[in-house]
Design a protein around this ligand. Structure first.
Ligand code: MSP
Length: 471
């Protein structure tokens, strides 16, 4: 039995979950459900990233003890994931004592690649990273993501010698031993790797207190990335346990904004620890709201709970998994969302189920147990390349095809003419076709797929209310 380990980025807990955070979870959940469906055993991590200056600052502004603040917000993310019906198996908080201890051990294991140095350079407090002179010049001294001027910073930090691993990482990426998806991001990462300097991995305690202390040096605290990236293995029990049952990860899902950390620092850490590299890192695009980056200051942050409460979870999953392209930036607008709901979920799928179930019940069609059929090869290939929005398009094409088949075969005419034998054959064929499609739908819309399975289980019982009432 194949074992699969799937991971998601762990969000910072200095804000509420928003629709952007849902992307990692939904994609990882589709992968997890797909692998389970083909008989694999899946371990699926989620969690929260709870250290760092910004979080500390936020708690201070709110006058709440930082431990309390992170615990409260971590729970909000946990609730959110549950609300999305994400089938994770492990949840990690970077403030878990076991994680903190493991991260210190990881630091010590990496020690021969770590050195102390003074650095002066441009820094963005929003990105929490030093910026190259070239980038500063290109952006005219202001961070385009945070609209804040870069600051000049001089400090003593520990550095991680990325140069020790560059060649190995490059070869792994080039050979797809570490497959970076999509391909255009892989090329971008190879360029970035070439230019990548050693990275600073600690901050003086005078600047940052809310973090894992650097072992053997009281004056420094670990900067978030070593701490955060380690979660993927500490959650499995590293370094105390042998993690080879689950590691390397089958696939790690991250947003494009944090791919550079996952494609450069993370592989360097793993190589330094003597661990294998993940098989795939899949990076998704950003969700924009009405064509703009979502931000509290613009006031266009879309609350996922509002979307789910209004239209139901599967409508949410439908939009974010089909209409939000898996790899590029996509736009959320309420108009697009509502159109997709009414025209596609309600019309294409809801009506199809209702029509077939009503006809079958009226004509006393009893279904034999469904023949198990292999998935369509096109679907399987897309799913295994993690091209989920395309795989979902494929499934939807099948649903629309079934609607056309009903219109052509007109089973209601057969019923009216009393052609019972023909009607029986026709409806059974259509329903079996629907059930085959329904299986392919399951990783995307698990609850709906379940309901459809129940409706057509033996004696057909049409749903009392449509699966997706028009809104
Ligand atoms: N804490 C880090 C991740 C550490 S992983 C070892 C972080 N947190 S985050 O809260 O800023 O982002 C968490 C995830 O949500 C990332 O994968 C990020 O790309 C994703 N998204 C945040 N906003 C998003 C959108 N507007 N759209 C799509 N994904 C977005 O980075």
């Amino acid at each position: 039995m194949t074992k699969r380990y799937i991971t998601t980025a762990i969000p910072y807990v200095n804000g509420e979950p928003h629709i952007g955070h849902a992307v990692d979870y939904c994609l990882a959940d589709v992968a997890a459900r797909y692998f389970r469906m083909i008989g694999d055993t899946v371990r699926f991590q989620a969690g929260t990233d709870e250290h760092g200056g910004k979080i500390f600052q936020k708690a201070k502004e709110l006058n709440i003890p930082v431990e309390e603040y992170v615990a409260k917000n971590s729970n909000k993310f946990k609730d959110f994931i549950a609300r999305l019906d994400v089938s994770y198996t492990d949840f990690i908080r970077t403030t878990d004592k076991s994680h903190e201890k493991a991260v210190q051990e990881i630091w010590l294991k990496l020690k021969k690649h770590i050195y102390l140095a003074k650095y002066e350079g441009w820094y963005c407090t929003g990105c929490e990273r030093f910026i190259t002179d070239k980038e500063v010049e290109e952006n005219h001294g202001v961070c385009p993501d945070h609209q804040k001027p870069y600051e000049r910073l001089k400090e003593e930090n520990y550095y991680f010698r990325i140069s020790d691993f560059k060649e190995q990482i490059k070869q792994a990426i080039l050979s797809d031993e570490l497959l970076i998806l999509p391909d255009f991001r892989k090329k971008e990462m190879l360029r970035l790797l070439e230019e990548s300097p050693d990275v600073s991995i600690s901050r003086p305690k005078s600047q940052l207190t809310w973090g894992v202390p650097v072992p053997d040096d009281d004056s420094q605290v670990m900067y978030v990335w070593i701490d955060a990236l380690s979660n993927y293995i500490t959650v499995l029990g590293y370094p105390k346990k042998d993690i080879s049952e689950w590691w390397p990860a089958t696939v790690q899902f991250v947003g494009k904004d944090i791919l550079r950390f996952h494609a450069i620092i993370w592989p360097a850490m793993l190589l330094g620890l003597g661990l294998p590299l993940p098989k795939v890192i899949s990076s998704h695009g950003m969700i924009l709201a009405d064509g703009q980056k979502m931000s509290k200051s613009i006031g266009n942050v879309v609350d996922p709970v509002e979307v789910i409460s209004k239209h139901g979870l599967d409508a949410f999953r439908y939009f974010f998994l089909r209409h939000i392209d898996t790899f590029s930036d996509s736009d959320f607008t309420w108009t697009k969302f509502e159109e997709a709901y009414n025209n596609e979920l309600a019309n294409d799928l809801g009506n199809l189920v209702q029509r077939l179930a009503t006809l079958a019940a009226k004509n006393n069609i009893v279904l034999d147990s469904t023949q198990v059929r292999d998935f369509d090869i096109e679907y399987k290939e897309l799913m295994e390349k993690y091209e989920f929005s395309k795989a979902f398009d494929y499934v939807w094409g099948k649903i629309q095809g079934l609607n056309r088949m009903i219109d052509e075969e007109k089973p209601w005419v057969l019923a009216k003419n009393g052609e019972t034998k023909k009607l029986d054959v026709c409806l059974k064929k259509l329903i079996n076709e629907l059930l085959a499609v329904n299986l392919m739908l399951a990783p995307f819309l698990p609850a709906t797929s379940n309901k459809i399975g129940e409706i057509f289980d033996g004696q057909v019982i049409p749903p009392a209310t449509p699966l997706f009432p028009k809104q």
